[in-house]
Design a protein around this ligand. Structure first.
Ligand SMILES: [Cu+2]
Length: 69
């Protein structure tokens, strides 16, 4: 599968530690992923071959709330 751009809205992140956690979750799903996360808006943009649904599931399982952005 080739990389595509996925935009998610993530709530529940309160600090850079949360940002790092979410970044790690995405990279666990796809080690090649390029991830940008904006803490104030919760906007996550990833260039990844992982599916949006798999990322949403993994982020939610870690206690954050993700939805299609
Ligand atoms: Cu935090």
């Amino acid at each position: 599968m080739s990389a595509q751009s996925i935009v998610l809205k993530v709530t529940g992140m309160t600090c850079q530690g949360c940002v790092r956690s979410v970044d790690k979750i995405v990279k666990r799903a796809d080690p090649q992923a390029q991830v940008q996360i904006d803490l104030p808006t919760g906007r996550l943009e990833a260039a990844t071959s992982a599916s949006a649904q798999s990322l949403i599931s993994a982020i939610n399982a870690a206690g954050f709330q993700a939805q299609m952005g």
